[in-house]
Structures are given as structure tokens and as C-alpha cells.
Design a protein. Structure first.
Ligand code: HEM
Length: 546
């Protein structure tokens, strides 16, 4: 009994094969079993099926594409293969045929001009939903303002966001990590969250923000200055994240040095017997001093060992500390400093270098008209620091960290899109349920409708604008505007006022580079959950007291 033909083969028999002939391939029927399989004919059939499938796919895409164009009322915009916030659009590099997530930044100066209005559409012809992108504040008010009667919500659940929408999915998943919250909620749930959260943002909190920002400024600049002097002056392998531990490891070198520096007057001027009294502060200072000495001793030993085992002709490290130890080792024995003297010198250098590099609380700039005294600013003086506020507003306008506000129509609705500048009125567009309207916050901040010469850094444009004003829109507008606005602004003003009091900030130019060219070079978007810029080369120059 011949074994039965497998099913997949039988499927491809042609009627010619069944009649023991194959006109197409000229087979002689004699001797050819009825069950002979005509492989070429079968391949032809697979090809037919694939072609048919492709045709079906293309037709379905064309129909879907037409629906997307209808959804966005044929408003001009991108006709590209992929949705910018989804896979693969998000993963592929941003280029003319794939805007990707970066387009709102990369093309911020040109894109809306190119399409003739500040609301445009995206209709991807391969994959992804139709959406509007708008740099218009009236559109923002309709979709993101959180008005009672809105037909737009933040895209519902992270899980319900289509899987092609990787970035959106990731953003929502991240901000929902700890459950439903004010940022992700909508409707009555949002109102309830806001009612409870709102009172937490009160003057007492801002008082704390102010105080802690100033404290952190000193901790930060101390650590920063220590790091530089330790690395460059002494070749010590200090690490920002994991500072080295002094002595027996119970204290970081940074903490020990801080204590010693803060209390050096006690150690220098009090008689020894008083220093040894069992008071908390004296105990701590003694302990810190011992730990630091043990650390320095260890460092000197290491340097000596390095110098002794130095491979002939190989340079040792060029830091001041190593060179000091090396010079001492070269001295004739009678002139040599002993270890304690060497440490004394090293410590003094470290101490002196650190104190002169660190930002002293007492440093004061003669330029400041507000902080005219030898002290830190207080929160009560906030209003007088308006120039600092305007500088911060302008920087945030140029790099708005909350760069997209994504909304979705939960029912069929309408959108009133203001006509281009110079044309009165607005156009009403029908927006089907499920269509996204994305407020492009970068576009808003660079929109010539709202700002003249938007590409220029001009803090003066904010003169007289109050902290609550909606003219400044980088924190969003309407009832759903950023709850942390005053928190962020208080922190920024406190930090910037002391930083700018103590330091001049100078851009580091390439040879022959202008300020505008520098700005264009360094403003490279760094988009994670929020928008930032990559490394900005600047020089901080300590101000001298007048
Ligand atoms: C420079 C700093 C900040 C900027 C530019 C900023 C910007 C924004 C923007 C644009 C929104 C609206 C998002 C949307 O509707 O999709 C928002 C909402 C929000 N922000 Fe901020 N934000 C900043 C700092 C903060 C801080 C420090 C906090 C908290 C301490 C905070 C808490 C919130 C909350 C809770 C919401 C949701 C408000 C609601 O939906 O009712 N933000 N922020």
C-alpha cells in the first residue's frame, strides 16, 4: 500500500496533475502516477496566495489610511509610514520620512510654518493612529485644560494603549507605577485627587523648599569643590557617587573634612585640654580629625610605595600631592620631612585649596542689587528676585521639560482650530472617538503667535508677568495646570539666586564660535520622560567681593 500523500501536498495538486498530464511542464502522462506532485505548480500556488495576501494587506492599509485622513479632516501634516510615538517610529532615527519623538524639538523653528498653521496632523500609512499635533494654546485649553465639559482624556489605561505606542505606554506605565494618581486620573477621580493634594502645596511647604534648596546648594558646591581639588590637586580617587571612607571606614572623607573645616577654629585656638573635654561637638571634631589623619597617612604610604616601585622611565601622576611626596623622597635624608610634617603640608594644601575653591556662604557679589548684604536671601525677598525668576522662565520656555500633553477623544467631538495668523476666526473640525490630540509644548513656546523672536533668549519678555499668569504656559494652563509650579519656581529662584551671586556663568566656545552658534550646538534634546538638553559646556567663575 503506497503511503497516503501528506495533506499539504494534496492541497497543491492541480487539475492537470490529476489528469496525469501537465501542459505547463510538458510531462508525459505515461508512467506518471496520478498522485505525482507537480512541485512547480505548487510553488506557483504559494506565490498566488502570498500575492493575494499582499494585495489584501495593501488594500486594507489604503482603506485604513483613508479613514485616518478623514479622522484628521485632511489637515496638512506628516504623511509618513509610522506614528512618531510608537514602534518602530520611536526606535528608528528621526529623519525626513520618520519624524520620531524628536521632531517637535528638531524641527521646532520650521515645521508649523511649512504646513501653514500651528495645528497639523499625522496620518501614518503603515502603522499607528491618526493624531493632531498642536502648538496652539486655544487647542490646548480645549483638550488639556481639564474643563468640565471636555471630551478629551489622558489615554485611559497603560494596558489599553496599543502596543505600537511604546513611548506612550512606557510613560503611562511609569507614572502609574504606584497606582492611580493626580497626573494620570481624569474626571471625578482627578477632582478628588486634586482636592486632597492641593492643600499640601502651601506657603509652609515653599518655606521648606527655600531653606532646603539653600542648604543643598552649599552641600553640593562643597562636594563639587572637594572633588575637583581632591582629583586634580591630589590625584585622590574620589567618586561622586561613592565617596571614599576615611580611617576605619565609619565616615566619608567628605564628611570628615566638612566637620574639620567647620570647626577648625576650635581645633586651632582652644587649648588641648579643652579640646579633650567630653562635649558632643568636640568629640565629633576630634573623631573627624583622627579619621582624616588616618586617611592621609594611608595616602602618603600609597604614594611612597608607588614611587619606589616606579618603572624606570615611566612618569608618575602629575598631581600636586604625588609630586610633593616624590620631591620629599628625593631629598637628602637630613632634609626630609617626616610623615607627620608631610601630612601637615598635604592637609594644609587640601584645606586651603578647598576653602578657597568652595563657595563660601560669605561670598557676595557687588553686582547684586537685591542681596546687598552679607547673607542668604529669604523667601520674603522672593518678589525682589524677579530678574532671577524671569531668567528661569525664559530658560524653561526654551526647553520646556513637560514637552508633550497627550489626550484622546473618548467620544465623537469637535475641535475649534484657530486659523493661521492674519486670518480671523477658527475652523471647526470633526474629531472621531479615539483620535489623539497632542499639545506640542515645544511648539507652543516657539510659536511666533505668542512670542516675538521666539528663538532668542530674552528674559525681559517676562518683565511684569506674575507668577500665576497663564502667559507663562510651560506648566500648562487651566484647572489641570502643574500643581508643583510654585514648588519648582521657588526652588529654582532660591538656587539660581545664590549660584549667580557666587559665580559668573560663561559659555565655553569653540574657536571662532558666536553665542548663537554655541546655543545651536549645545541645545541637543535629551528626551527621557521629560525634555532636557545634553551636556552644556560652561565655566563657573567665582565672583570676588567688591
Ligand atoms: C520645571 C518643572 C516642572 C514643569 C515644567 C512641569 C510641567 C508640568 C506640565 C506641563 C503639566 C501638565 C501635564 C499634562 O497635563 O499632561 C504638569 C502637571 C503636574 N505637575 Fe508639574 N512640572 C514641573 C514640576 C513639578 C513639580 C516640582 C511637581 C511636584 C512637586 C509637579 C507636580 C505636577 C502634578 C501633580 C501635575 C498634575 C496636575 C493635574 O493633573 O491636576 N510638577 N506639570
Amino acid at each position: 500500500m503506497p503511503s497516503p500523500e501528506p495533506k499539504w501536498r494534496q492541497k497543491y495538486w492541480t487539475s492537470d496533475c490529476l489528469q496525469n498530464t501537465c501542459r505547463q511542464h510538458g510531462l508525459n502522462p505515461s508512467g506518471v502516477s496520478k498522485r505525482t506532485f507537480c512541485a512547480d505548480a505548487a510553488e506557483l500556488s504559494v506565490g498566488h496566495i502570498l500575492t493575494a495576501l499582499s494585495v489584501v494587506f495593501v488594500i486594507s492599509r489604503i482603506m485604513a489610511y483613508r479613514r485616518k485622513l478623514q479622522a484628521v479632516s485632511n489637515v496638512p501634516g506628516f504623511r509618513v509610514p509610522f506614528y512618531p510615538l510608537g514602534v518602530p517610529g520611536f526606535l528608528l532615527p528621526s529623519t525626513w520620512w520618520n519624524p520620531a519623538i524628536h521632531w517637535t524639538w528638531n524641527w521646532r523653528h520650521t515645521v508649523y510654518k511649512q504646513y501653514g498653521n500651528d495645528t497639523i496632523s499625522v496620518a501614518p500609512f503603515v502603522i499607528g493612529p491618526a493624531s493632531f499635533y498642536s502648538a496652539n494654546l486655544d487647542v490646548a485649553r480645549q483638550v488639556a485644560g481639564g474643563e468640565h465639559k471636555t471630551s478629551f482624556v489622558k489615554p485611559k489605561k497603560a494596558t489599553s494603549v496599543p502596543t505600537y505606542s511604546i513611548s506612550l505606554d512606557a510613560r503611562l506605565t511609569l507614572i502609574r507605577l504606584w497606582g492611580m494618581n493626580l497626573v494620570t486620573a481624569d474626571g471625578n477621580t482627578w477632582r478628588n485627587h486634586r482636592r486632597i493634594m492641593g492643600p499640601a502645596f502651601n506657603p509652609k511647604l515653599y518655606e521648606l523648599v527655600w531653606k532646603q534648596t539653600l542648604n543643598t546648594y552649599y552641600v553640593l558646591t562643597f562636594k563639587f569643590a572637594l572633588l575637583i581639588i581632591a582629583k586634580c590637586g591630589f590625584g585622590l580617587s574620589f567618586n561622586w557617587d561613592q565617596p571614599p571612607r576615611a580611617g576605619d571606614g565609619t565616615m566619608t572623607v567628605q564628611a570628615a573634612l566638612r566637620t574639620v573645616i567647620d570647626n577648625h577654629l576650635l581645633m586651632n585656638f582652644l587649648p588641648k585640654w579643652i579640646q579633650n573635654l567630653p562635649f558632643k561637638k568636640l568629640n565629633e571634631t576630634r573623631e573627624a580629625n583622627d579619621q582624616l589623619m588616618a586617611f592621609m597617612q594611608d595616602q602618603v604610604e600609597q604614594r611612597k610605595a608607588d614611587i619606589r616601585s616606579k618603572v624606570l622611565g615611566k612618569e608618575t601622576a602629575a598631581d600636586a600631592f604625588t609630586m610633593l611626596v616624590e620631591a620629599n623622597e628625593d631629598e637628602a635624608t637630613k632634609h626630609k620631612l617626616d610623615d607627620v610634617e608631610l601630612i601637615g603640608n598635604v592637609f594644609n594644601l587640601l584645606f586651603a585649596g578647598h576653602v578657597s575653591t568652595k563657595v563660601s556662604k560669605k561670598t557676595f557679589t557687588s553686582r547684586s542689587s537685591v542681596l546687598g548684604h552679607d547673607r542668604d536671601p529669604t523667601l520674603e525677598e522672593y518678589n525682589k528676585l524677579d530678574k532671577v525668576l524671569y531668567a528661569f522662565y525664559e530658560a524653561l520656555r526654551m526647553v520646556p521639560s513637560g514637552f508633550l500633553m497627550i489626550r484622546e477623544a473618548f467620544e465623537d467631538t469637535a475641535l475649534h482650530v484657530p486659523n493661521p495668523v492674519g486670518q480671523e476666526g477658527s475652523t471647526t473640525l470633526a474629531v472621531p472617538k479615539g483620535t489623539q490630540v497632542i499639545v506640542d509644548m515645544i511648539g507652543v513656546q516657539y510659536n511666533p503667535r505668542y512670542f516675538d523672536e521666539p528663538e532668542k533668549y530674552k528674559p525681559s519678555r517676562w518683565y511684569g508677568v506674575s507668577n500665576e499668569s497663564e502667559a507663562f504656559s510651560a506648566f500648562s494652563i487651566g484647572p489641570r495646570a502643574c500643581l508643583g509650579r510654585k514648588f519648582a519656581v521657588t526652588e529654582a529662584v532660591a538656587f539660581l539666586s545664590v549660584l549667580l551671586r557666587d559665580y559668573k556663568v560663561k559659555p565655553i566656545y569653540l574657536p571662532g564660535e558666536t553665542k548663537e552658534q554655541w546655543q545651536e550646538r549645545v541645545l541637543v534634546a535629551n528626551i527621557v520622560l521629560t525634555l532636557g538638553v545634553s551636556n552644556v559646556p560652561i565655566q563657573l567663575i567665582r565672583r570676588t567681593r567688591a
